[in-house]
Ligand binder design. Structure first.
Ligand code: A2P
Length: 273
């Protein structure tokens, strides 16, 4: 179960998010996820758990090529040379020869270094060290700028996305430009969203859990959700969302949850180091 990226590489349709796990928590969580069938693991330099993720990948009973490991550059390492160093540091912590997807974690427009940073990402892809490259939390205007300056489009934009903040315009724009939308906080960070009557009713109607209904919504939008859980039972249910479907009416009911707004940072103002 993969989506095809514009660069011709397949990406799993659902993955494990690892924030806010530390190394000690991430290692068994990733090991368990792989045993359940997860193949996409999402980490970041700023999460502080790349060593734990890498240890689990090294021990995994599946070939490295079957796994899809994503990591992200931290804000303090924007700029061409700093980004190349940041990548090498992540790669060393992960203990990997290559990463499958490398993302600029936040655009940090106040620093105005994301275009130079993207040039470094293009270089990393040319070297085969990052098989695919993308961005996270970028606006369409910011993506257009990096594409204009380098001629290379990000394959993925990982953004906050859940029924309370469905990002319709951004998703439509991504689709026009062949950019895969990856959803962070796909469950609305496990807060109010899973208790919404619309979600609970659909869960009851389908004999599923609220989280499965929400993750199925992502899958039917063509987005790649990366739910975080360190709990084995919740990890299991989060992965089992490809054997049922929501009807157009079900999807329309979930659309009524639009309006909760962002839970996390705004791409135009967020500062992350
Ligand atoms: P836990 O790790 O204890 O399972 P998001 O990925 O949207 O940021 O949401 C993550 C939050 O949602 C975590 O607090 C996680 O807690 C919780 N969570 C993950 N999966 C489920 C699930 N299937 N049902 C309820 N809560 C979940």
């Amino acid at each position: 179960m993969t989506v095809m990226l514009a660069d011709g590489r397949p990406m799993p349709r659902l993955g494990l998010g690892t924030w806010p796990m530390d190394d000690e928590e991430a290692r068994p969580a990733v090991t368990h996820a792989v045993s359940l069938g997860y193949r996409l693991i999402d980490t970041a330099a700023s999460y502080g758990n790349e060593r734990g993720v890498g240890a689990a990948v090294a021990d995994a009973p599946v070939a490295r090529e079957e796994l899809f490991v994503t990591t992200k550059l931290r804000g303090s390492q924007h700029g061409y040379d700093a980004a190349l160093r940041g990548f090498e540091e992540s790669r060393a912590r992960l203990g990997l020869d290559y990463v499958d997807l490398y993302l600029i974690h936040w655009p940090l427009p106040g620093r105005d270094l994301y275009a130079d940073t993207w040039r470094a990402f293009v270089h990393l892809r040319e070297q085969g060290l990052a098989r695919s490259i993308g961005v996270s939390n970028f606006t369409p205007a910011q993506i257009e700028r990096v594409a204009d300056e380098t001629g290379v489009w990000p394959a993925v934009n990982q953004v906050e996305l859940h029924p309370g903040f469905p990002q319709r315009d951004v998703r439509a724009w991504h689709a026009e430009h062949d950019i895969v939308t990856e959803s962070w906080s796909p469950l609305g960070a496990g807060r109010k969203l899973l208790d919404e009557p619309a979600v609970r009713d659909l869960a009851a109607a389908h004999g599923r859990t609220p989280a499965q209904v929400v993750l199925r919504w992502h899958a039917q939008l063509g987005a790649v959700p990366i739910p975080k859980s360190a709990n084995p039972e919740r990890m299991r249910q989060n992965f089992e969302v490809f054997d049922f479907s929501l009807s157009p009416e079900d999807m329309a009911r979930l659309d009524t949850l639009d309006g909760a707004g962002r839970l996390g940072g705004d791409p135009d103002t967020h500062v992350e180091l």
